[in-house]
Design a protein around this ligand. Sequence first.
Ligand code: ADP
Ligand code: MG
Length: 377
Amino acid sequence: MAQRVALSEAAAGSKRTSRVRVAVRLRPYMDKQDEKGEGPCVRGLGPQNLEIINWRNATETLQYQFDAFHGEQTSQQEVFVSSVKPILPHILNGQNASVFAYGPTGAGKTHTMLGSQEQPGIIPRAVKEVFNLVAAQEKEQDSWQYSVGMSYLEIYNEKVLDLLSSGSQDLPIREDKDRNILIPGLTHTPLSSFSDFDRHFIPASLNRTTASTKLNQRSSRSHAVLLVKVVKSQRRPPHRQQTGKLYLVDLAGSEDNRRTGNRGIRLKESGAINLSLFTLSKVVDALNAGAGGRIPYRDSKLTRLLQDSLGGSAHSVMITNIAPEYSYYFDTFTALNFAAKSKQIVNRPFVRETVLAPAIVLGKRARDEQETGGSGE
Ligand code: ADP
Ligand code: MG
């Protein structure tokens, strides 16, 4: 019985390649990122669309469509509920999932994934929700029991480093006979509650952030990967077991380090970062094109690690974070072209006047215009 389940899941996994859902989140405009005082160059148009000025021709804008667009007013809770919460129940049924924050440094990846005490991000919300789902399941039935655990690692220069153990060496990535990806030697910490998680995760992530400011912003050059594992076990014979994995990933910055003029070690680092990010973009493209060809998971550490949790029968979401200031223009443009479902050039100027004001004033003006019947153009 157990064997038959395993076989049918493997067969389904090898045939079906599910799409990666792509959402874009635009962070609020920040004065200090805009020395020339040019105002934003991107704005939302609806729940799936945005536009960016066309730098080749200022009388046009480029309009893009995604699975979801989250504007600068979107709360942490809204991003979580629309993009992440719906996939979590699958983790309790032995399925895998992955959530990534992609985009240039400074565009809001860490805010989206980790957040702050006042505005917690996807990671704390998802872990809390997993414990809620487990509690609800255990209340509803008593034939299965659940155990939750975590691992936390960093991929830096194509090396896999354990963030829950000090002085970690590069760890190998292996595949077992059932095609599950695993890392022998990686710390796995059992968790009995959300506060348990906080106790282990917060110091590890703080460590990473403080170390990063000293080490040339290492955090913007490495991928931080949190793994939450849920093992579901039958209380009575035959004691079947299912494991569901959830990867929550704060990716390295997608900015082009060659263009920003990095030298020496950073140039070498950016080559490695580009390899994992570049491969990730090829993997996502291949999955979303649905051509059924070879998916190049093995070409980088990050995609190899995620092989059983990205595409196949897994549930995946990529949140592309972008910033509205002109100083981010080319990085935004590149990130959007990677993430977009569709793009069109529209013959309408990006009207400066309507976007120069800070968001709050803008909101007020839009309301005023509605009241007076103005079109805003
Ligand atoms: P990244 O991790 O992509 O480099 P951060 O998450 O560190 O970017 O964000 C850069 C700055 O912008 C931080 O000060 C962060 O608090 C702020 N920020 C990012 N996104 C938002 C948002 N949606 N709302 C408010 N502040 C944000
Ligand atoms: Mg960050």
